[in-house]
Design a protein around this ligand. Structure first.
Ligand code: HEC
Length: 221
């Protein structure tokens, strides 16, 4: 008799729990509208609500791709390639380098140091040391790679698309190129007088990290 009761209550409990499960599932599978579906609920007959006025699209503009995007990366890549053409001419003008140096000093120097060796003041206080910007790999890396690292970050380095405008990102890329060239300039690319002076000078050792300052002057304010 007792066993029969037990059996019956177990059965009843199973039914109740199954009901629970059912209810939960039904809550998960609620009717909803797909994108651009029709709906009689709104006056314009569309389920999709228009964005509020002055809403900023995620995939275009200064803040593009500062966080995970839903519109795909192709339009962003195309726009960035356009900007590269616009802002990074074959021979960067001096103003671009000066701007790049100034922005580098603000946004990159704290970790990467003024020379790009990776021992900036933030690192001296315990932040993990970034790689040197003078490595073969980073000298060979495309301009676009450097631009992407600034925009989207890398490992411990946070993305900076939300605080450095595209034009300034390219200016920084140009300056990083100048930094790299400062240690690896082929002698035949120097002007004739400098080339002679360098050839005549006795061989010197590379300056100690931090001891060297880039040749581009700081902008006069
Ligand atoms: C808070 C410190 C910090 C700041 C600020 C910072 N970086 Fe970095 N950066 C790092 C660290 C750390 C890494 C190594 C990331 C990793 O691989 O985990 C790195 C890596 C890089 C790399 C190498 C990427 C690769 O392909 O391996 C480049 C290039 C770079 N940073 C450029 C910049 C530039 C340009 C700026 C300024 C706009 C900047 N960084 C600002 C910390 C910083």
């Amino acid at each position: 008799m007792r066993a029969a009761w037990l059996c019956a209550s177990a059965l009843a409990l199973a039914c109740v729990l199954a009901g629970c499960d059912r209810t939960q599932r039904d809550m998960l599978r609620q009717p909803r509208h797909g994108p651009e579906a029709a709906s009689p609920l709104f006056a314009d007959g569309r389920a999709t609500r228009p964005p509020p006025p002055d809403a900023v699209p995620h995939a275009i503009g200064t803040y593009a791709s500062a966080s995970g995007g839903r519109t795909g990366t192709a339009p962003v890549a195309a726009r960035e390639a356009d900007e590269a053409r616009q802002f990074l001419p074959d021979r960067p003008p001096r103003a671009l380098l000066v701007r790049g140096q100034e922005r580098y000093a603000i946004y990159c120097m704290p970790c990467h140091s003024s020379t790009g060796d990776g021992d900036g003041p933030v690192v001296e206080r315990g932040f993990p040391r970034p790689p040197t910007l003078h490595s073969d790999a980073l000298r060979r890396a495309a301009d676009r790679h450097l631009y992407e690292v600034i925009s989207h970050g890398r490992g411990l380095m946070y993305p900076m698309a939300d605080r450095i405008e595209p034009a300034d990102r390219w200016a920084i890329v140009a300056f990083v190129r100048a930094l790299q060239l400062s240690r690896h300039a082929p002698i035949d690319r120097l002007p004739a007088d400098l080339r002679q002076a360098v050839s005549a000078a006795p061989a010197t050792r590379a300056p100690a990290p931090g001891a060297w300052r880039p040749a581009v002057e700081a902008p006069s304010q």
